[in-house]
Design a protein. Structure first.
Length: 256
C-alpha cells in the first residue's frame, strides 16, 4: 500500500472512530427526540404516586415518620414546577393542577396507559409528568430516595422522557453521633417548622427535581430552544449523591 493510501486509510479510521464515539455520547437532540419533534410547550404535573409503605402506628415515632414521608412527597410535587418553568415550559400552577386532577375521571393507571389526546385538544397540555416515589431509606446521618420520572406525550401517548434515580443526602455526625445539619438545613427547619429528618428529605427531593428536570431541553418557547441540543444529556438511570460538604456527584447507574 502506498504512503498516500495508508494516510487516507488512517484518516478514514479516525473519522469512523469519532463517529462511533459521538454516538455513544448521546446528546439532548437524540435523547429527547420526542420533546423536540412535538415542540413541547405545556406540561401538567400529575399528583405524586408515592409507593413507599407507611409504618403501622404503634408509637409516636411511627406517626412522625409517616408524616415526614408525606411532607417530603408534597415537597417533591410542589418543587417540580420551578425547574420546568426555568427551562421555558408552561406549567399550570398548583391550584389549576388541583382543579384538573379533581375534574379528571380517569385513574392514574389510565392516564399512564390510555388515550390522553383530549388533554391536548381541550386543555392545550402537551405532556403529563408522572413522578413515582419507589422507596425511602435512612440511616442515622443519611437519607435516600428512589424515584422514577416519566413524561408522556398527549400527542402520541409515547414516553418522551423516562428517568430512574437513586439519590442520597448525608450530613456529618456530631460528637454524640447524631446528625449535624448544615446551615441551609437548619434554615429550612425554622422556615417550615419541621424536624431535621423531614428537612433532609425535603431538601433531597428538591435537589432531585432540579437534576432530573433541568436536564430537559429548553422549551419550544424559550429563546435558547435550539442552543443546547448538542449538550450531552444525563443517562436514563443515574445515582445522585449529596455529600456531607453539600457537594453533588452524579454517576451512571449500571444496575437494571
Amino acid at each position: 500500500m502506498s504512503k498516500k493510501a495508508t494516510t487516507t486509510a488512517v484518516c478514514l479510521l479516525a473519522i469512523a472512530t469519532l463517529l462511533l464515539t459521538s454516538c455513544k455520547s448521546e446528546k439532548r437532540l437524540a435523547h429527547y427526540e420526542g420533546i423536540y419533534q412535538q415542540a413541547t410547550e405545556a406540561i401538567y404535573i400529575a399528583p405524586i404516586n408515592d409507593l413507599t409503605p407507611r409504618l403501622a402506628v404503634r408509637e409516636l415515632d411511627d406517626s412522625a415518620y409517616n408524616a415526614s414521608l408525606n411532607i417530603a412527597a408534597m415537597q417533591m410535587y410542589l418543587t417540580a414546577a420551578a425547574p420546568l418553568t426555568s427551562r421555558g415550559y408552561y406549567v399550570p400552577g398548583p391550584l389549576t393542577s388541583a382543579q384538573v386532577a379533581d375534574l379528571e375521571t380517569r385513574t392514574g393507571k389510565q392516564l399512564r396507559e390510555a388515550d390522553i389526546r383530549d388533554l391536548h385538544t381541550q386543555l392545550g397540555i402537551d405532556a403529563i409528568l408522572f413522578i413515582d416515589i419507589l422507596k425511602w431509606e435512612n440511616t442515622n446521618c443519611s437519607w435516600s430516595v428512589e424515584a422514577e420520572y416519566r413524561l408522556r406525550s398527549t400527542h402520541t401517548g409515547a414516553d418522551i422522557m423516562h428517568v430512574h434515580i437513586n439519590a442520597t443526602k448525608s450530613v456529618f455526625p456530631d460528637y454524640k453521633g447524631d446528625p449535624k445539619p448544615l446551615k441551609a438545613d437548619l434554615a429550612f427547619t425554622r422556615q417550615y417548622g419541621c424536624d431535621v429528618a423531614t428537612a433532609q428529605r425535603c431538601r433531597l427531593v428538591e435537589t432531585v427535581n432540579q437534576y432530573v428536570l433541568r436536564d430537559l431541553p429548553q422549551g419550544y418557547l424559550a429563546r435558547q430552544h435550539k442552543a443546547d441540543r448538542y449538550i450531552k444529556a444525563h443517562p436514563d438511570r443515574f445515582i445522585l449523591t449529596i455529600h456531607r460538604d453539600s457537594s453533588v456527584e452524579l454517576t451512571k447507574d449500571t444496575e437494571q
